[in-house]
Design a protein. Structure first.
Length: 152
C-alpha cells in the first residue's frame, strides 16, 4: 500500500526522463529541489536514489497559499511533511521553508554543491531566471539541472 497522499500527478511524466540520468541508488548524490509542493518528486528521489549513507536532498519551498502561480492550500505544508515522514529516508531531507531567492545565495556562501538540481519553484520568468543563475553556481561539475514546466 502506498503511504503517500497526493492531490495532483504532475510528476509522473517526468520519471522516464529523470531515470535516464540516475542509474544507481548506491552512489552518493546531493539533490537540490526548488519547489516541492506535496513532495511527490521529493519522495521519488528519496525512495529511489538516496540509499547511499551520505546522499541527501535539500528542498526549498515557502509553502505560501497566497501564491497565485501554484494551487497551494493551508494543508500543503502538512501534506509535504507527512509524505516525507513516510519515505524511506526522511532524515536525509533538509527543508528551507523560505523563498528560493533568499536561500540560494546562502547556500552559495556556504559553498554547497549539488549533483542534480530541479527547478520548479516560482512560475514567474524573472524568478526562474534568478533560480537558474544560482543553480549554475551551486551545480557540481558534470551535474544536471532539470527544468520543470519548460515551455509551459
Amino acid at each position: 500500500m502506498n503511504p503517500y497522499v497526493f492531490t495532483t500527478n504532475w510528476f509522473e511524466f517526468q520519471k522516464p526522463v529523470i531515470e535516464k540520468y540516475f542509474h544507481s541508488s548506491t552512489s552518493k548524490i546531493s539533490i537540490l529541489e526548488i519547489g516541492c509542493f506535496e513532495g511527490r518528486s521529493t519522495t521519488f528521489y528519496i525512495d529511489n536514489y538516496l540509499s547511499h549513507p551520505e546522499s541527501s536532498i535539500t528542498c526549498i519551498d515557502p509553502f505560501l497559499p497566497e501564491d497565485a502561480t501554484t494551487p497551494l492550500t493551508c494543508d500543503t505544508y502538512k501534506t509535504f511533511l507527512s509524505n516525507i515522514s513516510a519515505s524511506q529516508h526522511p532524515n536525509k531531507v533538509f527543508l528551507h521553508r523560505e523563498l528560493s531567492e533568499n536561500i540560494l545565495p546562502l547556500l552559495k556562501i556556504q559553498n554547497k554543491k549539488y549533483n542534480y538540481i530541479s527547478i520548479d519553484g516560482s512560475h514567474l520568468k524573472e524568478k526562474v531566471l534568478i533560480d537558474t543563475i544560482f543553480s549554475f553556481l551551486l551545480l557540481e561539475d558534470g551535474g544536471i539541472i532539470f527544468f520543470d514546466d519548460y515551455g509551459a
